[in-house]
Ligand binder design. Structure first.
Ligand code: SF4
Ligand code: SF4
Length: 387
């Protein structure tokens, strides 16, 4: 659905006991519903059919290179932040067939991949994740070349945002101005409030489709006290934010420091494993592979997620342009925080902290930038050349 840019002023109450009616209504409206579930000791996103699959009573601890699920003292449904998955796996699938080709007699017949659009409802989209979807909208649909796979999926997506009532130690959405409260880009937004024996959701509508889904559900207007509780929840998350990133002049700072010795220090630790790019909700690099069957009569072309950390990603005519780990990490970070602005007029980072948590050696972009800011060049070098 096409969301409005700002949420409405009006807020409603959906009791915890009625949360299941939202999922039922979405499914009756023809949406496949996706949401967070507890799986293999992490909160991940999967297709769900009922409210009972949501990870009630779980939270997590995150730090550089560390993620651990813990039980909460209450029965909160969304009492955690973000895990290793992001919604990009549904809008920009990790593996996607683009076309098939068949040998028929002496001819080759091509068949483009045309799957019927599936209506999808994402339940539990955090504010930073809405920002990440907005970034990928620009990447895949904002320029002269439109990605039809992404565009079709996105046009058929209904978003139920959830405002964060807590922040992880790796979160810095406030620095990136992307959270913790969703201000637009959703069809419905929920703020969960658990206080004593009261457990309810403060609901805002952000689109006509959101209003239509909410209309038949058991709900009522929120009182001033309930609205205040919703605001207090996101204020609490704001105060808990575990990381900060000073974005002032950051694009220019990185442009001036392409030869800073910190890149070598990072390269000594970086395993070039690509985890940071796989978990990042805005990274969009892909590769294309052609496969055939053993007869050679049938071939397919697939698009698969790739990463600027793989040596093959920059392979051009006999060699890789970025053959060192240093050059690959620098490419990633300077693209995210600097040249992304030139390409897409926005930062490529939304402050979700996933790359910090899921880096096996706990490389932390906020700390690396801090070092460069404290010790780097403040004026442009005489000759700036990317090596
Ligand atoms: S660069 Fe890291 S913190 Fe920024 S959006 Fe990507 S995963 Fe999240
Ligand atoms: S920064 Fe960390 S997650 Fe990213 S490639 Fe290097 S070791 Fe892997």
């Amino acid at each position: 659905m096409e969301p409005e840019t700002m949420s409405t002023e009006q807020q409603f109450i959906l009791e915890r006991a009625d949360l299941g009616t939202l999922i039922v209504a979405l499914r009756e409206a023809g949406y496949a519903t996706f949401g967070p579930v507890e799986r293999d000791r992490a909160i991940v996103y999967e297709e769900i059919e009922s409210v009972d699959e949501l990870p009630v009573g779980w939270t997590e601890e995150q730090e550089g290179g560390t993620y651990r699920l813990k039980r909460r003292a209450d029965e909160a449904v969304f009492g955690f932040t973000v895990g290793p998955h992001s919604w990009k796996k549904y809008l920009f699938p990790p593996e996607q067939r683009l076309f098939r080709a068949r040998k028929v007699g002496g001819r080759i017949e091509f068949e483009n991949e045309t799957t019927a659009p599936r209506k999808m409802a994402f339940i539990g989209v955090r504010s930073c994740e809405l920002a990440a979807i907005a970034v990928q909208d620009k990447v895949f649909s904002g320029g002269p070349f439109l990605d039809s796979v992404y565009g079709t999926r996105r046009a058929n997506t209904f978003i139920v945002a959830v405002n964060c009532g807590l922040a992880a130690k790796t979160c810095f959405c406030e620095s990136m101005n992307t959270g913790p409260r969703a201000t637009g880009g959703f069809d419905l937004s929920l703020t969960e409030v658990v206080r004593g024996d009261r457990h309810y959701f403060v609901v805002e509508t952000g689109s006509e489709a959101g209003r239509a889904i909410l209309a038949p559900l058991p709900h009522r207007a929120a009182s001033d006290k309930e609205r205040a509780a919703s605001m207090a929840a996101t204020q609490r998350a704001r105060k808990q934010m575990g990381r900060k990133l000073d974005t002032k002049g950051l694009k220019e700072l990185l442009e001036r420091n392409l030869e800073h010795p910190q890149w070598d220090k990072i390269a000594d630790r970086c395993l070039s494993c690509a985890n940071c790019t796989m978990v990042c909700p805005t990274c969009f690099c892909s590769t294309v592979e052609d496969v055939t069957d053993l007869t050679g009569d049938h071939a397919e072309r697939w698009r698969k997620w790739d990463s600027c950390f793989t040596i093959g990603f920059s392979y051009i005519v006999g060699g890789s342009i970025r053959s060192s780990v240093k050059s690959r990490y620098r490419q990633w970070l300077t693209h995210k925080l600097s040249t992304w602005h030139d390409q897409f007029d926005t930062s490529g980072c939304v402050g979700c902290g996933r790359c910090i948590t899921w880096c096996p050696v706990a490389i932390d972009l906020t700390r690396e930038v801090e070092v460069i800011r404290k010790t780097g060049r403040r004026v442009p070098p005489p000759d700036t050349e990317i090596s």
